[in-house]
Design a protein around this ligand. Structure first.
Ligand code: FMN
Length: 241
């Protein structure tokens, strides 16, 4: 089983997204998957220029020459795409959105009706694979992922891929600190690892396991107080410089 993972956090392996993504991918590898990970920050991915060349003049081929040319065969062959992103203004990062826009060559131009909905059919040569979202955000509530989930599910319907679920981590900005302080958050990382194993072995992730990934680790009022206290300390230190 081939897994293509893309992490769009500009903070790459040092970021909060990676805190969940790393054990998740380790779990997939342990279960026997062949996992490849890329960071959008290390890739050159130009913006789609809307020329529709990939649909009209060079069917299936984007005319923009950049790192997408290396990614296209991997996107076509992968059984699972893992799209990892921090929440940026209620959606995916700009670089993830750019990458998603550039997957349009995987579709055909002429639309058809599928289950009463107009869609572009998939171009031959792309596997009907799955998509998993791995996301974290700064705010406390799980509903901060709602717009992202709506978008990702719609994207999967249009790309003819199965949305296999999401590992979402609210208050992700505090998770690393909690871990360093020795707080009991290890079950969150273990659940991410289990979810990876489950997806490869059983083809699906259990809602209980995903629930642990998102579980509350600090009451709301305490989160507000602790986060603001930490930020104020940084602001004060910078002011003294
Ligand atoms: C430009 C920008 C926009 C953000 N927008 C949101 C947001 O809408 N909601 C939220 O909860 N957090 C938001 N955040 C916070 C990030 O999701 C949070 O810092 C996350 O942990 C970053 O993950 P990373 O370390 O992997 O990059 C934003 C951060 C940045 C830099």
């Amino acid at each position: 089983m081939k897994v293509l993972a893309i992490n769009s956090s500009p903070r790459m392996d040092k970021g909060n997204t990676a805190l969940i993504l790393t054990p998740f991918l380790e779990g997939m590898t342990e279960a026997g998957a062949e996992v490849e990970l890329f960071y959008t920050s290390k890739l050159e991915i130009k913006h789609c220029d809307g020329a529709f060349t990939c649909w009209l003049r060079t069917p299936g081929e984007c005319h923009l020459k950049d790192d997408m040319q290396m990614l296209y065969p991997k996107l076509r062959e992968a059984d699972i795409w893992v799209l990892a992103t921090p929440v940026y203004v209620d959606g995916v990062t700009g670089s993830m959105k750019t990458l998603m826009e550039r997957t349009i060559p995987l579709l055909l131009p002429l639309i058809e009706l599928r289950d009463g909905h107009t869609r572009h059919p998939p171009r031959q040569g792309t596997r009907y694979g799955k998509v998993v979202l791995v996301a974290n955000c700064g705010l406390w509530e799980t509903d901060n992922f709602d717009p992202l989930l709506v978008h990702m599910k719609a994207y999967c319907r249009n790309l003819y891929r199965e949305f296999a679920g999401a590992l979402v981590r609210p208050n992700g900005v505090m998770l690393g600190g909690m871990m360093q302080m020795g707080a009991e958050v290890n079950d969150i990382f273990e659940a991410a690892r289990d979810a990876g194993r489950q997806l490869v072995q059983d083809g699906k992730m259990s809602p209980e396991t995903l629930g642990i990934v998102s579980r509350e680790f600090m009451p709301l009022e305490m989160y507000v107080q602790q986060l603001n206290q930490g930020l104020q300390m940084v602001l004060d230190a910078l002011e003294k410089k």
